[in-house]
Design a protein around this ligand. Sequence first.
Ligand SMILES: C[C@H](C(=O)O)C(=O)SCCNC(=O)CCNC(=O)[C@H](O)C(C)(C)COP(=O)(O)OP(=O)(O)OC[C@H]1O[C@@H](n2cnc3c(N)ncnc32)[C@H](O)[C@@H]1OP(=O)(O)O
Ligand SMILES: [Co+2]
Length: 136
Amino acid sequence: MNLSHIEHIGIAVKSLDEAIPFWENMLGLKCYTIEEVKEQKVKTAFFQIGQSKIELLESTDPEGPIGKFIEKKGEGIHHLAIAVKHIQQNLTELEINGVQLIDKTPRKGAEGLDIAFIHPKATHGVLLELCENNNL
Ligand SMILES: C[C@H](C(=O)O)C(=O)SCCNC(=O)CCNC(=O)[C@H](O)C(C)(C)COP(=O)(O)OP(=O)(O)OC[C@H]1O[C@@H](n2cnc3c(N)ncnc32)[C@H](O)[C@@H]1OP(=O)(O)O
Ligand SMILES: [Co+2]
């Protein structure tokens, strides 16, 4: 596995409009992009913080993963994303080692990154997202 750094922390929020002011006005961060990712039924807002990012996620569909998460657990940390090189190699290695994958092949995530999720059951309770960044 070639993990590079924490790409972002995904935080589920009911409303980006309500959550963004806290991160900007109280913490002094700057939301540099808002992007809808239709396949994931989310609208995302990103803030750079050092080498990592904060990703706020608002559901665009009650049946989507974020809608379901908030319904069950409320707002809060949803996933941890790690930047990797050669995402498919990493997924194949994990699968060979019997790790339960949500995505056996990557999907398109925000900012044009190839992403794949590892099931929380395999990670002792953390939804893990791999994000490919071959510029590492
Ligand atoms: C685009 C952007 C990007 O970065 O590019 C994104 O991040 S998109 C981010 C949004 N997209 C995603 O999250 C896609 C991947 N997520 C999924 O496929 C699904 O949400 C899932 C498989 C994690 C959970 O599916 P589900 O809601 O139908 O299943 P359940 O609700 O029954 O949950 C099954 C078990 O996983 C646990 N569980 C569910 N969600 C989480 C979570 N976020 N973190 C930790 N544990 C979790 C539940 O507590 C339950 O445990 P127990 O059985 O013990 O109660
Ligand atoms: Co994410």
